[in-house]
Design a protein around this ligand. Structure first.
Ligand SMILES: Cc1ncc(COP(=O)(O)O)c(C=O)c1O
Length: 399
């Protein structure tokens, strides 16, 4: 394997619900869920059954032909969002690539823009392919990979004057900005929720100028926040949105969904061999059905409140390390104080307690457990984190 990951020293061989077992048979409570992916938990029996049935019926046919699973999933996504049409792919980066191409084509067709600009946010994360990497407003990910794809400008997240100024500058000599691409809540960049008043003003601005507002729902979409889509926390509707991660519940799956007015792709404009493969669509349809059958959005709100309250108590108990808690539903970030311990140190200390959590930048510890996590399991996670923080406090006092 190429050396692209600094992995934690553990090998997982089995999973069940919110738990993983390592090669020594030791159980770990999983508050990472494959980084906000395994929404129904591990080895979910309903997903297992649906996927084995699908495998026995039809696995892959290519987008040269129709398959019923795609139609059913596109119908579900459009019926349960503000979107009207869907393009299927396999990952978040690939969904964002599609969105970037769509924005460029929209700008050209609708506003005559030859060299389209797309505005994204500092501290954003949109993926590792060249265009999604260029859209990502974090220089640390760009290092060593220039030249980037041109046409991206970064502004501060949730900062209206900066965004207005940026559009004015870019459009000083005529139409230039095809789209603004933002996460409803910045996940990897530090679990930073969008502010509704900012997004309302941005929506107006985009409408006035005929600029597309595209939301990257890859990490927060499909129920993670206690609403089906992140934009529902912000009181606006995007023109287009991307999704992946939790969509397939662990099966690789991504999609770009658009409103009718920006459905500008024509046959031949974009494609993906595996995109919307019957297995991936069946996985997403099963996640969708389980969200409804188990009333998981209510469950996520309740467990999210419980997790947040517990984390806030720990902020009070460990003021030397912890500054705040932020997030929506079951994506919560424990914000650490500068100059104390790093998120990596906390994640490593949690691993010693057999609790899996993941950094979101250097100062935030991210909790993104399966959406099915139970009340007792949240308590166990909070106890594990408390023990880990206590251990770090003891180490500090001995130095
Ligand atoms: C908001 C957001 N967009 C895009 C991506 C990239 O998704 P993928 O790793 O599936 O390409 C991620 C992954 O963390 C993400 O959090």
């Amino acid at each position: 394997m190429m050396n692209t990951y600094s992995r934690f020293p553990v090998t997982f061989t089995r999973g069940q619900g919110s738990w993983l077992w390592d090669s020594q048979g030791q159980p770990y409570l999983d508050c990472v869920a494959g980084i906000a992916v395994c929404s129904l938990g591990h080895s979910n029996p309903v997903l297992q059954r649906a996927l084995s049935e699908q495998l026995g019926r039809l696995q892959h046919v290519s987008n040269l032909y129709f398959n019923p699973e795609q139609a059913e999933l596109a119908t579900w996504i459009t019926a349960n969002s503000a979107m009207d049409a869907v393009f299927f792919c396999n990952s978040g980066a690939e969904a964002n690539e599609a969105a970037i191409k769509l924005a460029r084509k929209y700008g050209r067709c609708k506003r005559g823009i030859e060299q389209a600009q797309i505005i994204t946010a500092r501290a954003s994360f949109h993926g590792r392919t060249m265009a999604s990497l260029s859209a990502t407003g974090q220089p640390k990910y760009h290092q060593g990979f220039t030249p980037l794809v041109s046409g991206f400008t970064y502004v501060d997240y949730n900062h209206l004057p900066a965004l207005e100024q940026c559009i004015d500058q870019l459009e000083a000599h005529g139409p230039a900005v095809a789209a603004v691409l933002l996460e409803p809540l910045q996940g990897e960049g530090g679990v930073r929720p969008g502010v509704a008043s900012f997004f309302a003003a941005l929506r107006q601005l985009c409408d006035q100028r005929d600029i597309l507002l595209i939301l990257d729902e890859v990490q927060v979409g499909m129920g993670r926040t206690g609403r089906l889509w992140g934009y529902q926390h912000l009181g606006i509707e995007p023109d287009a949105m991307t999704m992946a991660k939790g969509l397939g519940g662990g099966f690789p799956m991504g999609a770009l969904a658009v409103k009718r007015h920006c459905d500008v792709f024509q046959p031949g404009d974009h494609a993906s061999t595996f995109g919307g493969n019957p297995m991936a669509c069946r996985a997403a349809l099963t996640v969708a059905a389980e969200l409804q059958r188990l009333d998981l959005l209510t469950h996520v709100q309740e467990r999210g409140d419980q997790l947040r309250r517990g984390l806030e108590l720990l902020v009070g108990q460990f003021p030397q390390f912890c500054a705040a808690v932020r997030g929506w539903g079951l994506i919560q970030g424990l914000v650490l104080k500068e100059g104390g311990v790093s998120s990596l140190q906390v994640v490593q200390a949690c691993l010693r307690q057999r609790l899996l959590v993941v950094p979101a930048g250097a100062q935030v510890v991210r909790f993104v457990p399966p959406l099915t996590i139970g009340e007792e399991e949240i308590n166990t996670a909070l106890m594990g984190l408390g023990t880990a923080l206590n251990g770090l406090a003891m180490e500090g006092s001995h130095q």
